[in-house]
Design a protein around this ligand. Structure first.
Ligand code: SAM
Length: 234
């Protein structure tokens, strides 16, 4: 069980503005698990929320470091990966990683992968479109780990995220789900309450100042799982 104590969230080491690059306006550098991570970012409305690193992503990276987590030979998928920082770290920690987000973000994620992953690791990393609730059936249900950070802040996405998690999980899957809890005027809190009806959920780490929680979740036992009556958006 997680024992509350003041945890300080990791920060970027430095940032460089870059020019004449259609994808990125700056590069941010982070240090985690002994790796230097180089992440292209772009503050642009056109790209939505996924064009820079969010606090919960840093919370998850720092949690991996604190716990000495390794993903060696494990099958990992990330939902709503944004820049891809969490998945890139999971790949460097040995995982066979599928990085997913909406189609418009994929080429930037590919570029961030190429900044960080040596070519010998590249077959371990795939970048794919996965729109929650729409593309689920294109993916299997045999992942060892599912990673999520700061993806639950709109009410209408809660049933879609739940549906996607239920599709991708089996009874052995571990979901690490990090969230900044105050987003969406408590949508995030409501979302975690909904997920906890289908997943055994444990708060494993908390960053008080940023209000970031890291949860570890496992699917409830088959007898306890009832498929939700999901209300889909048209
Ligand atoms: C706030 S950003 C978080 C990005 C990253 N996980 C992080 O913590 O830095 C939310 C991400 O969810 C993605 N997203 C939003 N709606 C989505 C949907 N319906 N299907 C798939 N991804 C979605 C966005 O494109 C964006 O990358």
């Amino acid at each position: 069980m997680f024992e509350p104590k003041m945890m300080k969230l990791m920060q970027k080491v430095f940032s460089l503005h870059i020019y004449e690059d259609n994808d990125f306006s700056r590069k941010d550098y982070y240090q985690a698990c002994g790796f230097k991570l180089e992440i292209g970012a772009n503050i642009s409305c056109r790209l939505g929320f996924g064009s820079s690193v969010w606090e919960a992503a840093l919370g998850l990276c720092q949690y991996f470091e604190k716990e000495g987590i390794r993903f060696t030979d494990k099958k990992v998928i990330e939902l709503g990966a944004g820049t891809g920082i969490v998945s890139i770290l999971a790949a460097l920690l040995g995982g066979d990683v599928t990085i997913t987000d909406q189609p418009k973000l994929l080429n930037r994620i590919e570029r961030n992968v190429s900044f960080n992953i040596p070519s010998s690791f590249k077959p371990q990393v795939k970048v794919r479109a996965l729109r929650w609730g729409l593309d689920n059936s294109l993916f299997p249900s045999d992942y060892d780990y599912i990673l999520c950070s700061d993806i639950m802040y709109f009410h209408y996405n809660i049933p879609l995220i739940l549906e996607t998690l239920l599709h991708l999980s089996n009874e052995k899957t571990v979901v690490y789900f990090a969230s900044t809890m105050f987003y969406g005027q408590n949508v995030t809190r409501e979302g975690h309450v909904t997920l906890s009806q289908y997943f055994q959920t444990e708060l494993v780490c908390r960053y008080d100042v940023e209000d970031v929680n890291v949860y570890r979740m496992r699917l409830n036992t088959p007898t306890a799982v009832q498929h939700p009556n999901l209300q889909r958006r048209c």
